[in-house]
Design a protein around this ligand. Structure first.
Ligand code: ADP
Ligand code: ZN
Length: 744
């Protein structure tokens, strides 16, 4: 008899351990099974199998059955799951669930089988001729010509009402029926068979360095930095080709939003049917089948969004993360992982290189590349020699003083008119993160900042107060601008709705489309809007950052950034890097084909260096300045934030709990540091305070915000915070986040 150790698929701390079962049936490590648990039956994963009778004083039950006839997980994924649990502090069940399609659990998705028929081997084809004209004869003629089994549904489509004759033919033994499993494949646009270009010198050099890393067979992270159009994707594809020639597989992660048919077609065009695609718009069946094709080794390249980092590619040879600076690579639900960290671990297990690509890398990534933790490869030239669009910066303070109170400057209105009259297309870009609204003087452009944190204060309408989302400091809104003394302080934050209204007022007869989170709730609405715009059903597209990514509209000749300030005054230490990336990307939308493009950026702060550098596509100088600021204020990569969130019905309880957490946990972290002969000042701060949004859905929210210097003790301290949070057993402790994208 064999015995199995099983993780039951229940994500509760109290059952987060291996349970032993007798294994009277044939099964393998990684296979999913049904087991008795308490007085019910639950699904689980076999993680160990042995011949030894488990020790302990309990009644040994038996595995009931296997759920699939193949192992859902391989050993490297089990190793990855252990690591996930450990690093992101989730249950093993939660970690393992990342590796399989959600609907596989509870068997909510099944293999699709279709009914096919073919001629019986005993049947003599030459007799068909002599039959008199009938449905049966037509069917037999078709089958005689076919070299493979034909789906019954296809035959019925060809010859309506032929179910009865088909069934008769089967009964007579002339035709044989089979049920075959088919893979539901997501719809694809026709494969573009583009010629594979010859790489230029820069690309070839980049490729050789990646190939060298593949051959070395060691985990290594390479940052590939190059402006849009410098040919990064082409380098990835050549590198993948090399990996495939070594009989290994590849994973390519792209942001969900840029997983457009265009991107997918580039990969399927090059790698054909050995590509599987994973994104959130697949149906459950398609997702399951794409996953199964990967699991069963029928494909060797996966292109997908964040969660594809867990795709069960066999013998992994490379992972590519394109647009590595995108926020969408961090999971905001447990386990709160970051795709690049997971990818690094997977590559370490597989001894493969990880390629991070971007035109505007995260400051942290570029810092690691500069300081040797990553390898840096830069592509300086654009492949297609497309000129960068001409960019104008409009000073909105002047517009205001000269009496234009509209959110559209004179220049933007004029350019829009020219563009519309010429029958061309325009995009108006509005920043989405509008929840956080800052207060700005419309006369001089001054923004009210936190005296301690160097981020803008956020306007809270309900309390009519200004608050710092980092340290919690609170201020009343002054009557007059502290800089110029004029009474034009105004709450800023322009939304797509406002832009739409103004646009309709100025251009009542022009067709436009709006794309933001409100207008794209449905399954395909996002794709539909883009398609409508691409097929010229509208001349103007008004949208949020959704429209900034990876899209290619040849007739767009004008891009307007309605307010660059709303990007720069987000109360977040990453606002400048995000603004730089967005401006670069949005500006890259204009004039991509033969027609030259122009970009209008509106701002109250035209001297702002971030805008100036983004306009010149000068990432390197931007980096030098921004990393200096990070060091001055000890922001990441020199430190790291931990946010512990408490949620509950009674505010007072939360305040007490969070204060106790901050005090006790601080003391404990201090002890750890001291016993490592380090100083408590490595805890840069640790305060209990209300969360930026104090109440959501009638629940109060309170947080402990921790900022830790990045030293060799950091991971020990994070572990300790997790351990402490377990021990305090609070039912209000909702989440622990490390460097979250947003702190709301
Ligand atoms: P990126 O990913 O850096 O934006 P791409 O790889 O998408 O750049 O390249 C931009 C365009 O140039 C694409 O249409 C691509 O097919 C083309 N391209 C890339 N490399 C070459 C090359 N060496 N020769 C000719 N065309 C190329
Ligand atoms: Zn502050």
């Amino acid at each position: 008899m064999k015995y199995a150790k099983v993780i039951v698929d229940i994500s509760v701390d109290s059952v987060d351990r291996l349970f032993s079962y007798a294994l009277p049936i044939e099964a393998h490590i990684g296979q999913r099974v049904l087991v008795p648990f308490g007085n019910r039956r639950v699904e689980g994963f076999i993680l160990e199998i042995s011949d030894e009778v488990p020790e302990g004083d309990f009644e040994l039950k038996s595995v009931i059955k296997v759920l699939e006839d193949y192992a859902a997980l391989d050993e490297s994924q089990i190793e990855l799951a252990h690591w996930l649990k450990n690093v992101y502090h989730c249950t093993m069940a939660q970690a393992l669930r990342q590796m399989i399609p959600a609907q596989l659990r509870g068997m909510r998705v099944k293999e699709k089988k279709i009914r096919t028929i073919s001629l019986s081997e005993d049947f003599d084809k030459s007799t068909i001729q002599s039959l008199r004209k009938s449905k049966k004869k037509e069917i037999l003629q078709l089958l005689a010509e076919a070299t493979i089994d034909v789906a019954v549904s296809d035959i019925v489509e060809l010859f309506p009402n032929s179910y009865a004759p088909i069934n008769e033919l089967i009964k007579e033994g002339i035709v044989v029926e089979r049920f075959v499993t088919v893979y539901r494949r997501p719809a694809r646009i026709a494969l573009q068979c583009v010629e594979k270009p010859v790489l230029n010198d820069e690309q070839e050099n980049a490729l050789q360095r990646i190939i060298q890393a593949v051959d070395e067979g060691k985990q290594k992270t390479i940052l590939l930095h190059g402006v849009t159009g410098s040919g990064k994707t082409e380098v990835y594809m050549h590198a993948i080709e090399y990996v495939l020639s070594k009989n290994k597989g590849a994973i390519v992660l792209v942001p969900e939003i840029s997983l457009t048919p265009q991107t997918v077609a580039r990969f399927t065009g090059r790698f054909g049917n050995s590509v599987a695609v994973l994104h959130s718009r697949l149906s459950a069946g398609e997702r399951f089948d794409e996953w199964r094709r990967i699991r069963l080794n029928q494909v060797s390249v996966v292109v997908g969004a964040r969660s594809a980092v867990f795709a069960p590619i066999n013998d992994l040879g490379i992972i590519v993360i394109d647009e590595e600076h995108e926020d969408s690579y961090s999971s905001e639900t447990p386990p709160r992982y970051t795709a690049s960290e997971v990818a690094q671990k997977r590559c370490a297990i597989a001894n493969a290189p990880l390629i991070l690509g971007s035109a505007t890398p995260k400051l942290t990534s570029y810092y690691y590349a500069k300081t040797g933790k990553y390898e840096l490869i830069e592509l300086e030239k654009r492949v297609n020699f497309m000129p960068l669009p001409h960019i104008s910066i409009v000073d909105m303070r002047k517009e205001f003083i000269l009496g234009n109170t509209s959110i559209f400057s004179g220049l933007l209105t004029e350019r829009l008119k020219e563009c519309i009259d010429a029958g061309e297309q325009a995009i108006l870009f509005v920043n989405r993160r509008g929840y956080s609204s800052f207060v700005m003087c419309r006369a001089c452009g001054e923004v009210i900042m936190c005296p301690d944190c160097d981020v803008s204060l956020t306007y809270h309408k309900s309390e009519n107060a200004l608050k710092c989302h980092y340290c919690g400091i609170e201020q009343r809104i002054p009557k007059n601008c502290p800089k110029c003394g004029k009474p034009y302080l105004k709450y800023m934050g322009i939304g797509t709705q406002q832009v739409q209204e103004e646009f309709e007022r100025l251009f009542p007869n022009t067709k436009f489309l709006r794309m933001d989170t409100d207008s794209t709730r449905g399954k395909n609405s996002h794709a539909n809007i883009l398609e409508a715009f691409a097929s010229k059903q509208a001349q103007v597209l008004i949208g949020t950052q959704m429209i900034a990514k990876g899209l290619d509209f040849p007739d767009v000749t004008l891009v307007g950034i309605v307010s660059a300030d709303s990007m720069l005054n987000i109360p977040d230490y990453r606002n400048t890097e995000r603004a730089f990336a967005l401006i670069t990307q949005v500006a890259g939308r204009a004039g991509r084909a033969e027609k030259p493009g122009s970009v209008v950026i509106q701002t109250n702060n035209p001297e702002n260096n971030v805008i100036k550098l983004a306009v010149r596509h000068d990432y390197k100088n931007f980096y030098e300045e921004a990393i200096h600021e990070r060091l001055q204020s000890l922001y990441p990569p020199f430190s790291l934030f931990v946010r512990v969130l408490f949620i509950g019905d009674e505010q007072e309880t939360l305040i007490q709990e969070s204060r106790k957490f901050a005090d006790d946990c601080y003391a404990m972290l201090c002890d750890i540091l001291k016993s490592n002969s380090a100083d408590c000042s490595e805890i840069l701060f640790m305060y209990a305070m209300p969360a930026p949004i104090k109440r959501i859905k009638e629940k109060y929210r309170q947080q402990v915000l921790i900022k830790l210097a990045r030293t060799k003790h950091t991971s020990k301290l994070i572990k300790a915070i997790y351990t402490y949070s377990d021990s305090c057993n609070s039912k209000h402790l909702y989440s622990i986040e490390i460097n979250p994208n947003d702190m709301l």
